[in-house]
Unconditional design. Structure first.
Length: 173
């Protein structure tokens, strides 16, 4: 949804936005995740002079592929976020220094796109290395079997690697 800066009144705007995940990802190009369902957000938008402040909360489920076992899984994403938009590069730089957990953006043009805003927030929230579970055991490097359900049939490495044999004699004083 596009919002014209001009249309933001003194009292501000409160928007409840519901976007189809598929429609959002379609405009995004390449992403490291999918959005199987809907993205719901509440945006409270206020304007001070030419600056725009957005207080938002976001609720969505993102689809990932586990980096260890390659299984697809979903994870909740969202929470609260704060965004500040200004047209002045100098002000943006200054704000950034004291921003805390607020995102500072340079505002270009007469409107901004809530779809882009939500996508940016979801991307920020997405893990760099998604794991279905922090303890995921992944796949056996030999047979490729998933090890979360139990050990595979490969012989267990009982003979220690010779390269590390010497380490056994090494003691920390
Ligand atoms: Zn996994
Ligand atoms: Zn195996």
């Amino acid at each position: 949804m596009k919002i014209r800066i001009e249309d933001i009144t003194e009292e501000g705007l409160t928007l409840d936005v519901v976007e189809e995940g598929a429609a959002l990802t379609a405009v995004a190009g390449s992403l490291d995740f999918t959005i199987p369902g809907q993205v719901k957000a509440r945006l409270e938008i206020t304007k001070t002079g030419a600056d725009v402040f957005v207080r938002g909360s976001l609720d969505a489920a993102l689809g990932f592929v586990c980096g260890r076992c390659l299984k697809a899984f979903e994870q909740k994403s969202g929470g609260a976020f704060n965004l500040f938009f200004t047209r002045e590069a100098e002000k943006a730089r200054e704000k950034e220094l004291h921003a805390g957990d607020m995102d500072v953006n340079l505002l270009e043009g007469a409107e901004f796109d809530t779809s882009e805003m939500l996508l940016a927030q979801l991307s920020l929230d997405a893990p760099m290395k998604p794991l279905c579970n922090a303890d995921c055991k992944g796949l056996c490097p030999k047979c490729g079997e998933e090890l979360n359900a139990g050990p595979c049939k490969c012989p267990q490495a009982s003979t220690p690697d010779k390269r590390f044999a010497k380490l056994k004699d090494f003691k920390v004083r």
